[in-house]
Design a protein around this ligand. Structure first.
Ligand SMILES: [Cu+2]
Length: 187
């Protein structure tokens, strides 16, 4: 029974979170051409953008750049199941480990994989590549990846969004990919 109520609670919180995200999506702010003579207006627009950034998971802060805030925790969970960006955008992705466990027991990374990659096979190869931060040596499957981090740490990478389509992202720490995976959607 405990398990069932836990699952229910998770489902409910997921639904609430999903609804919240949709609403936030609509609140995205795009700054148009600023009139250079109206400096006050420009400052206000910048402040609005900062506020939105604090409350939104993904945000187009400036033309061509999208910021993604991804977290991983001690329960082996990413906060995002889906990341949406647009083709041609530069993705500035920050992975933050919001747990407390150390990298050697609960390490997390973000690995974006090419389409058609066999996740189980890749994860197996990754698991035996400890010396390479759990990224298989000489792999041709990785589009972008962060370093492996432990509790309290964070890391940021920038990469060009690949061609439009749906891609998988995972954490390649041994045993994590089954729970820690999601879809990276390029529109
Ligand atoms: Cu992990």
């Amino acid at each position: 029974m405990k398990k069932i109520s836990l699952i229910l609670a998770l489902m409910i919180s997921f639904v609430i979170t999903s609804c919240g995200d949709e609403k936030k999506e609509e609140e995205k702010i795009t700054i148009g051409d600023n009139n250079t003579f109206e400096t006050i207006d420009t400052e206000e627009a910048t402040m609005e953008t900062d506020t939105a950034a604090a409350a939104t998971d993904t945000l187009q802060r400036e033309e061509g750049v999208v910021e993604v805030q991804l977290t991983g925790d001690d329960q082996m969970k990413f906060n995002l199941k889906e990341i949406k960006v647009k083709a041609g955008q530069t993705v500035k992705l920050t992975l933050k480990h919001v747990g407390q466990l150390e990298e050697n027991v609960m390490g997390h990374n973000f690995v974006l994989l090419k389409q058609g990659t066999d996740l189980a096979k890749f994860a197996q190869q990754a698991a035996s590549a400890k010396s390479n931060d759990y990224i298989p040596q000489n792999t041709d499957k990785v589009i972008a990846n962060t370093e492996m981090i432990g509790g309290g740490e964070e890391t940021t990478i920038e990469f060009k969004a690949p061609a439009a389509g749906t891609y998988d992202f995972i954490c390649s720490f041994p045993g994590h990919y089954i729970q820690m995976q999601g879809k990276f959607i390029v529109e």
